[in-house]
Design a protein around this ligand. Structure first.
Ligand SMILES: Cc1cc2nc3c(=O)[nH]c(=O)nc-3n(C[C@H](O)[C@H](O)[C@H](O)COP(=O)(O)OP(=O)(O)OC[C@H]3O[C@@H](n4cnc5c(N)ncnc54)[C@H](O)[C@@H]3O)c2cc1C
Length: 500
């Protein structure tokens, strides 16, 4: 017998929980179904391993949207800490401050390479590639070929698992927007001279964000508190439930949703509205009648992510929050130092807990490696980088994250356009929110804003906001969204090669 719910939300990540919280506050009926049996928060969860806490990647809380910041403060009024941000780049056995310090970078690169960088920058400006379509072309136009090869190519290819010639220029322009080399050099010189830039919450240049807010026990703390609030307001949250089928009846305008529980048993729900933060490819494959855009959904691609956590004694004191590993001789892409995110992530107060992040595709060699092999590889690589002695690693674990990144290849935008058209014409009442839900490479603040606007649409009973106008850089297009709302911006301190 099917249970009827007013709004059924797929996924208890930031987008799904924000939708549910907004609906519950308005007194509307809402049920969230989450396939994970234990954790809420989705990619923004905090994993607990024997009391050691860590994120899937480190999650900074930054938004220019007052609404999002207000929501964070409302959900977690007493538990934010301000953390200094320190990150470096490791490249060919040297560490570079990030953002770059001009004199240090010059000294590390050597005068010959530095001169080559400036010459190739000048050449790129004098002879730009017209209408760049790839990541490589776009970055080369902005920074020159030499800087591209040192500070963009290796890391970007580790993250995406494809050549920079295959990655769309859209991605580059979106992620690297706002960084100009002249400004970076001036900033770098100031940094070298020890002049610290004034950081303001709004409009601060991307490279200058030197501290960030963080829940003292990691981002999962935010989403656990949000889940509690939803329950207190009368909403429902059901864990260990995977949505596997969604049928739309255009006569009754009702959705029938088939769910498999963690123990293999089945449940069925009916709903007036369904809000989905599940990966768009899987969602469309679960919808019936068969969507005409099914082919397009099947073409969407994702990048997966493994964290190998090493717990032990550090080889040397490590102040960084994270280190980008540009060095091509190791597979690890980034190293997180969870104690620098919050001391409360470390239960004994003395151990070091490093997360070695590997970007991969589900099913590839890394993904299917046994955990013990991944740990052995991580130990070898951390020793090579010089951060930990493998003999002093006394515990380790591996966490795999499916679909950490929606991939922006050169055809994704067209596939999304076709899916949106199909949903608009044939499946009213199915709302897409969040990162994989909308196939948008975004941060929590964007995911939350899409959830908030979707809930407001449902409450209004009509589309008063076009949720697609919240873009990945979390700025609104003017059309469609109230100008009263402040532009969101997922300002990043490390715009030129971020993998959030
Ligand atoms: C390495 C990394 C670092 C990041 N760093 C930052 C950062 O510093 N700051 C920041 O703000 N953001 C950061 N992000 C982005 C942030 O994690 C995401 O923007 C955010 O989690 C997206 O929220 P969401 O609700 O859209 O999706 P998700 O977090 O993916 O949540 C979706 C939920 O839906 C569930 N689900 C999926 N399919 C089904 C189904 N069929 N049935 C039931 N449940 C289902 C999933 O289990 C999951 O819990 C980072 C991301 C990564 C990968």
């Amino acid at each position: 017998m099917a249970q009827h719910v007013e709004t059924l939300v797929i996924g208890a990540g930031p987008a799904g929980l924000t939708t549910a919280y907004t609906l519950a506050k308005a007194g509307r009926g809402v049920t969230v179904l989450e396939m994970d049996p234990v954790y809420v928060g989705g990619i923004s969860r905090t994993v607990d391993y024997k009391g050691f806490k860590f994120d899937i990647g480190g999650h900074r809380f930054f938004s220019k949207s007052k609404e999002v910041v207000d929501l964070w403060n409302e959900i977690l009024p007493d538990d934010f800490i301000d953390r200094p941000r320190l990150s470096r780049i490791y490249y060919r056995e040297k560490f570079y401050a990030y953002p770059l310090k001009a004199f240090e970078a010059l000294a590390n690169l050597g005068i010959w390479t530095a001169t080559q960088c400036m010459a190739s920058f000048g050449w790129a400006k004098a002879r730009p590639i017209k209408d760049p379509t790839t990541f490589h072309q776009w970055v080369r136009n902005q920074f020159g070929e030499k800087l591209f090869s040192i500070f963009f190519k290796t890391y970007t290819e580790k993250v995406w698992g494809m050549s920079c010639d295959e990655i769309s220029a859209d991605w580059a322009s979106q992620r690297i927007k706002g960084l100009d080399l002249a400004a970076a050099i001036i900033d770098g010189v100031k940094r070298s001279l020890g002049v610290r830039a004034k950081v303001t919450a709004e409009g601060a240049p991307k490279t200058l964000i030197e501290s960030f807010r963080y829940p003292r026990k990691g981002p999962g703390m935010m989403w656990e508190a949000c889940a509690d609030k939803i329950l207190a307001l009368g909403g429902q949250l059901r864990m260990g439930r995977k949505v596997e089928g969604l049928h739309y009846d255009k006569v009754t305008r009702l959705w029938t949703v088939d769910v498999t529980r963690a123990d293999g048993t089945k449940e069925t729900y009916t709903a007036d509205d369904v809000v989905s933060s599940a990966p768009l490819r899987e969602l469309m494959q679960a919808v019936s009648p068969t969507p005409i855009s099914l082919f397009h959904a099947g073409e969407l691609m994702y990048r997966d992510f493994i964290t190998v956590v090493l717990i032990g004694k550090p080889q040397k004191e490590l102040p960084d929050n994270w280190i980008y590993i540009h060095d091509p001789s190791v597979k690890v892409g980034r190293v997180q130092n969870f104690r620098s995110w919050s001391p409360e992530m470390i239960p004994d107060g003395v151990s070091t807990c490093l997360g070695l992040e590997y970007f991969c595709f589900e099913g590839d060699g890394l993904w299917i490696s046994k955990d013990e092999d991944l740990v052995a590889q991580a130990k070898r690589e951390i020793a090579k980088i010089g951060l930990m002695n493998p003999d002093e690693v006394y515990d380790a674990c591996v966490v795999r994250q499916h679909k950490a990144y929606p991939v922006y290849d050169d055809s994704y935008a067209e596939h999304i356009r076709m899916i949106r058209l199909d949903l608009k014409m044939h499946f009213p009442g199915l709302h897409l929110v969040g990162r994989n839900g909308m196939h948008k490479y975004n941060n929590q603040d964007h995911a939350m804003m899409t959830g908030l606007l979707t809930a407001e649409n449902i409450i209004a009973g009509e589309t008063i906001h076009d949720v697609w106008d919240v873009n990945e850089d979390a700025e609104y297009g003017e059309a469609g969204v109230s100008g009263a709302r402040e532009a969101l911006s997922s300002v990043r301190a490390v715009p030129q090669k971020v993998a959030a």
